[in-house]
Write a protein that binds this ligand. Structure first.
Ligand SMILES: NC(=O)c1ccc[n+]([C@@H]2O[C@H](COP(=O)([O-])OP(=O)(O)OC[C@H]3O[C@@H](n4cnc5c(N)ncnc54)[C@H](OP(=O)(O)O)[C@@H]3O)[C@@H](O)[C@H]2O)c1
Length: 261
C-alpha cells in the first residue's frame, strides 16, 4: 500500500474506462476503498471495474457523459450518499484525434465542452458537501499544454489552461475550509490519446507511472503536480518569453494530426 493514499477511502474518477483514469482507478484499488468510476464505454469500464474489484476495492460504475450537467449532478449526489467522497478526480478529457476529427470548429466546441464544462460538472456538485464536512480533495487533470499553449492544439491548450487557472484559484477559496485542490500538469503519457500521435513525444511515460506520481502529489496536497520536470521546466521558461522569440521554435514543431475517432 502506498503511504500517501492509505487514508483515502471514497474516490470518484471520471474517464476511468481508459488510459490515465483507468490507471488511477487501479492505483487506488484496494480493500477498504470505495471507487466510483465513470466513462461512456460500458465494456471497457466494466473491465477496469473488474480489475479493481479483484484488487479488493468496492466498485460502483456509471455510464454518463461529463457534459450532461444534470446526469453528473445526480451521479455525484448518489455517489456521495453511498460513501461520502474524500477524493474527486476530474480526469475525463479529449484532444484532437481522440474525440472525432482534428480541431475543426465542431471539435473545438466538443473539446471545450468536455475539458472545461465536464470538469466543472464533476467538481461543482461536490464542493458544498466537502466544505460542510470540512474535508476532501479535488483534483483536476490539466496538462503541460496548459502551462504553455502548443501551436498544434489551440482548443486543447486553452481548455487545459482554463481548468488549471480555475483549480489554482479555487484552491485559495477552499483552503480555509478543509478542502484541498490539486491541478495535474502532465507531459506525454502512453494512452489511446497519444497513440494517434505520429511524432516524437519526449519523456513519454506509462499511465501506471503517471498515476503513481499523481497519487503521491495528491497525498501531499500539492497545488500543482507537474511532470516530467525535464519538460515542465523548459515549457514554463518558454511561457515567460514573448511570442516573437518563441514563434520560430514552435513553427518547427510537429503538429498533432487528426487520427481515429
Ligand atoms: N495522454 C497524455 O499524454 C495526457 C497528458 C496530459 C494530460 N492528459 C489528460 O489526461 C486525461 C485522460 O486522458 P487519457 O490520455 O487517459 O485519454 P484516453 O485514454 O482517451 O481516455 C479519456 C477518458 O475520458 C473519457 N471521456 C472522454 N470524453 C468524455 C465524455 N464526454 N464523457 C465522459 N467521459 C469522457 C473516456 O471515456 P470513454 O472512452 O468511455 O468514452 C476515457 O475514459 C485527459 O483529461 C487528458 O487531457 C493526457
Amino acid at each position: 500500500m502506498n503511504d500517501t493514499t492509505k487514508n483515502t477511502k471514497n474516490i470518484l474518477i471520471t474517464g476511468a474506462s481508459s488510459g490515465l483514469g483507468a490507471a488511477l482507478a487501479r492505483e487506488y484499488a484496494r480493500a477498504g476503498n470505495v471507487l466510483h468510476l465513470q466513462g461512456r464505454n460500458t465494456e471497457r469500464l466494466q473491465k477496469i471495474a473488474g480489475e479493481c474489484k479483484d484488487l479488493g476495492a468496492d466498485v460502483h460504475i456509471k455510464i454518463a457523459d461529463v457534459t450532461d450537467e444534470g446526469a453528473m449532478q445526480n451521479w455525484l449526489s448518489e455517489a456521495d450518499k453511498i460513501s461520502p467522497l474524500d477524493l474527486v478526480i476530474a480526469n475525463a478529457g479529449i484532444s484532437a484525434g481522440t474525440g472525432g476529427v482534428g480541431e475543426d470548429s465542431e471539435q473545438v466546441k466538443r473539446i471545450f465542452a468536455t475539458n472545461i464544462n465536464g470538469v466543472l460538472n464533476t467538481i461543482q456538485p461536490i464542493i458544498p458537501s466537502m466544505t460542510a464536512r470540512g474535508r476532501g480533495q479535488i483534483v483536476i487533470i490539466s496538462s503541460l499544454a496548459g502551462i504553455r499553449a502548443l501551436p498544434s492544439c489551440p482548443a486543447y491548450s486553452a481548455s487545459k489552461a482554463a481548468v488549471r487557472y480555475y483549480g489554482e484559484s479555487l484552491r485559495g477559496v477552499l483552503q480555509g475550509q478543509g478542502v484541498g485542490v490539486s491541478v495535474v500538469c502532465a507531459g506525454y503519457i502512453k494512452t489511446p490519446m497519444t497513440e494517434v500521435n505520429n511524432f516524437p513525444m519526449p519523456f513519454i511515460m506509462s499511465a501506471k507511472k503517471a498515476a503513481r506520481i499523481i497519487a503521491l502529489g495528491i497525498g501531499k496536497n500539492k497545488g500543482r503536480i507537474s511532470f516530467p520536470l525535464a519538460l515542465y521546466l523548459p515549457l514554463w521558461w518558454i511561457s515567460c518569453l514573448s511570442p516573437k522569440l518563441t514563434d520560430w521554435v514552435f513553427s518547427r514543431l510537429p503538429a498533432k494530426t487528426a487520427g481515429k475517432s
